[in-house]
Design a binder for this molecule. Sequence first.
Ligand code: M6R
Length: 611
Amino acid sequence: MCGIVGAIAQRNITPVLIDGLKRLEYRGYDSAGIAVVDAEQALDLRRSVGRVASLEQICDGVEGHLGVAHTRWATHGRPAEHNAHPHTSSFQVAVVHNGIIENHHELREAQKQQGFVFSSETDTEVIVHQIDWHMQQGKNLLAAVQATVGELKGAYGLGVVSKQETDVLIAARSGSPLLVGLGENENFIASDMSALIPVAKKYMVLEDGDIARVTTDKVEIFDANGQAVQRDIRISTLSDDEIELGGYAHYMKKEIHEQTRAITETLEGRLGADSVLELPFGDEARDIFDAAKQIKIIACGTSFYAASVARYWFEEFGIRCDVEIASEYRYRKHVVDPGTLFVTISQSGETLDTMAALDMAKGLGYTNTLCICNVAESSLVRASDLTIFTHAGREIGVASTKAFTTQLVVLLMLAICLRRRRVGDGQTIDDMEREIVQELRSLPQQIENVLDLENDIIAMAKHFTHKHHALFLGRGAHFPIAMEGALKLKEISYIHAEAYAAGELKHGPLALIDEDMPVVAVAPNNELLEKLKSNLEEVRARGGKLFVFADQHSGLTSDEEAMVLEVAPVNNYIAPILYVVPLQLLSYHVALNKGTDIDKPRNLAKSVTVE
Ligand code: M6R
């Protein structure tokens, strides 16, 4: 999704801005731009559609000490140079903007009456004209931005520069993340700290309503009431190691293979000899778990599928669990049962719908809020009572992989903690917990064994390259695994893929089956295996081609109509975490065969910070 970088320094900041944009590329975007106040105190604006590398090619000779830059993910107006940010108002003021301005129509009409000429279809352009207008009325840049944001409805993260004040960079935030990076006699702004890795370790996170006046040696922050405020200085733990490809062709492939390490780190310090420890989840964890009689989980995309798997675990353990997509949850009425723990799941911690759902939940009487998140410095973490981190490490590929499996690991640990209260006194460890804990310990090795199937999966992937559709089947906790498998395939290979609970086949989707519709199934050896086998027979009887990941003892074997890859026996609770891995690899190799942009699939963004 859109990314912002801004800089004010005594050196030429163009390379910093371009490098920052490259570091934000993983978020997804379709155009990019830069505006620098040059030596003649003029705004030098360069914008291009496509990659930051294309922008860099047209930035030769752009030099200055002050500037803002942006990667845009189109919402209002198609991806085009004239819609790319920064936007200027007659080259007096330049603005970069993340978010959506809801009252842009009204503002646009009023500004046209005032004589402003529009050169884009974006909602953003009204912001820059409004700031310009306020400056024309005699306000300085800070006051003009303060007046402007008071007139905006919607969400924004803003970076603003003006040729009339060449020693000031302004940042403003409401509903869209923005931070100030602190350097030595130079300062920066960014929507994501990863943009600033080489130039700043220290940073301050702006809160909603904050406006920062940034110079080379000073940062002043004013809250929504215009009062000067202090924000904590934090130290970033991000490093370049995490963004090296390390010999892999794609981040997605690297991240699939990193799952053994990511799960090991997620378990680290959280397991005792035969139990899940609660203390590492934080001082408040015990009280929050004690108070949780049932749980409600809200998330989007892959994180939603993690929640959907976990629902089977919670309910198996006697804990009522409802799961809902954030964008639906936030627009309906709710009846909240006392003692409900509100859980959000998000890799990025910046997904707008999930954030908005949490905001809404806070006013609805939930007992506590807990988030499961991969990014320590994220908005969701700051807004939640308790966070359990997935220590997956930075995930760059748009298609989520290691974040998903580590979310599942955390959810299983949470389910065990709550189960202990449900089946016992909250302290006593029983055989079932012991068994699951041992299985969790061996999970990284089990994943390693599944990764060894990669050559067979490469052979399987060849059957999908020229297909236009695919069906994914699973039962029980593996139904959401099938959904996650289908999401992976559609995201990166652009093949239309749908997932069904296998028992639903005969209620409709069976009509789709023919030799052009590959059917992928996950078949662990559980109590639903025989039912699933019958469903697969229904496919086979109609000429469908089967691609099955099955337990070694499932009795399923390869033949003319079915390609079966065997997975070693695994504990039923752990199985969903293991069985998603071959589906990730399958999608990856299909996409590789198709030559798509695997890490940055078309139209998608890593971090969905708009509605
Ligand atoms: O950062 P989040 O976990 O909140 O993101 C939610 C979804 O946008 C995300 O999982 C998306 O579905 C991925 N691209 C899936 O691979």
